[in-house]
Write a protein that binds this ligand. Sequence first.
Ligand SMILES: [Zn+2]
Length: 352
Amino acid sequence: MCVPPDQIVRIYSTSGTAGTPAYIPLTASDLENWVLGSSRSYGASGITSGQRIVSTYNAGPFVAGAALAAFERLGLLHIPVGIGSTERLMRAVELLRPEAVALTPSYAAYAVEWADERGFDLRGSSVEHLLVAGEPGGGEPAFRTHLERSWGALVTEAMGVGDIGPSLFGECERKQGMHLGARGFVHMELIDHETGAIVEMQDGATGELVLTHLCHRAAPLLRFRTRDHVRVWTSPCKCGRTSPRLRCIGRTDDMLIVRGVNVFPAAIREVVSAFAPDVSGHILVRPQTPAVKQDPPLPVAVELGRGRAADSSLADAIRERLREVLIVQTRVDLVPWGSLERSEYKSKLVER
Ligand SMILES: [Zn+2]
């Protein structure tokens, strides 16, 4: 900690999914910078003052809570409903007629199934805009198209990094990656996650995202390795913003190496999703050993679409497509509709 304790106004916690939970102290100016950066990230999406937004995060002790203050800052009417009851979410959508909903991409997909089963007219609802965050997926073209068609709404994503700040990045209506909303507060770099060597920031470059606090006073971090594997763009965006953009490809924690090729489960899901409606879009990678390095073929459970029967030509087509696009040899096991776990928060893509 770099300031006297009496300057701390709030302490958040990390979720501790990748280790022991850590405490994150903030001064008033740290908190203000977080809210301002988040406001820029969410503002990029095109939501504007006077609109209503329903949020579904049980942020509680976590940094994501600070991002919610961005909604008031933007002049939105914020209606928090939390997670745990899709009934409550849909009642708020029906009765309070929000223009926007903030949720994880997994929950957005779950809500589509929920609405289908109950004959709830999602496309006919007031929702014009989904702001998705919390996990990769919202920027994957096939998955995004599925959500946009099913909700009848524009889908843009945002991304924060627990230890650095909430909603640091947010996508604009051009949907060409998330702009760095926290520009000036946070410096971004790319590195090769194995060697640590710096990767030059240019259009299309990929690597592990490394972030440095520039203005943080309470507990600034220097060159923090996020474990997020991202693709960046530095050329100006058609929206007029000049800040660099990125898309998260996956967590380096989830990455597997199959015969020398890096494979991210989220990338597998993206390829498989293109086979909808024959598939539901839910997948589960089931490595045969706990190690990162895997011998081919890599087993992947692919859930069938509603009312679809398993057929070996579909499995073959998916396997072939994965080989072409990701250069990975897989064993595709088709499993019945509804057999893979749904989540109101984040989806698990790997079963170790
Ligand atoms: Zn833009």
